[in-house]
Design a protein around this ligand. Sequence first.
Ligand code: PMP
Ligand code: GLN
Length: 402
Amino acid sequence: MTSTDSTAQGAGRSARPLLNPRLAEFGTTIFAEMSALAVRTGAINLGQGFPDTDGPAQVREAAVRALREGRGNQYPPGPGVPELRAAISAHQQRFYGLDFDPDTEVLVTAGATEAVAASMLALVEPGDEVIAFEPYYDSYAASIAMAGGVRVPLTLRAPGFRPDLDALRDAITPRTRLLLLNSPHNPTGMVLTGEELNAIAELAVENDLLVVTDEVYEHLVFAGEHRPLISLPGMRDRTVSISSSGKTFSFTGWKVGWVTGSRELVAAVRSAKQYLTFVSAGPFQYAIAEALALPDSYYEDFREDLRAKRDLLSAGLREAGFTVHEPRGTYFVTTDVAPLGEKDAVAFCRALPERCGVVAVPNSVFYDDPEPGRTQVRFAFCKKQEVLQDAVARLGRLRLGA
Ligand code: PMP
Ligand code: GLN
């Protein structure tokens, strides 16, 4: 996994490394490394996935109002402010017909990242196996490690990146505690189909497994639709469903995320969460409550805007000689740089700013065994049209061998 400089020795005390060995393989995240590279070189940053335009002005103003009116400036309630819990519950009903009691079945977290970490700490005991798709979103491996769990990868392979359900069945052992799933999937853009969701749900029920689902890109599906696994038969009481406002409303810095699930599972996750941050983002919670209630047209326009950007960047990358794995969801496109004569995604990404003034992220660091992703490179398209056009023009220079 992603790692640099993580083995520093304790100065003069002993030969013992400073960093807990469970975390030794996790150095600086690739996102931090590549964003720093973008700043240093002045390159266009299509690496770390954050929009270059803030979300709706009325949502930002709602946060300003909350700050001015003193709502959320002191510790909000541990589970989240009632307005936001009600809005999350209404969102689950409106988009998926799912009922969650805002008082006991909804928990506000410091982004999806804390929700994943708290779920692992709450539900995984040392030695428990956690099955997750690879390439992984990088915080998964670290969160499993912090809980003392053992990660078991289920490799998604190009083209298509569909999960191999027979391999999933084979990966389940008596030590398997939970499945940690992500759909729409970062970085590949894969979106689980109804059939795949049914098969996964059946396996979970058959083997009495818990499932944690990361659905932060739920509103960015370009082909088909997002269906929460928790809505399937037998899944209501065994699924922790996670999402976040960062992607949907383009305020990634606010870190307002949430968990929905049964009273028992939400209580378990809350037990861990209360000792991680206790609470966060007070005034922003009120603003996201308003954001969630935006009309359907907001969600549709957001998706269509990103669809156009996906198409623009994908066409440009193809033109520049990349193999493009068109994403069905998320705001990332995974490419293969082998047709450009490249052999290693990390080396390619480190050199790219110098070669043409663009930053991207190597997918190989999101695999336990980097081989299947050795030449895969991810580009984010949550950027202004003109920035993407400029990036495409720059990437075109690669073809000319400049
Ligand atoms: N899960 C996935 C799949 C992500 O891509 C991200 C990052 N954008 C997160 C979780 C983290 O979300 P948050 O910023 O809400 O913590
Ligand atoms: N989720 C974002 C991405 O995949 C990055 C978030 C982070 O920097 N940890 O690019």
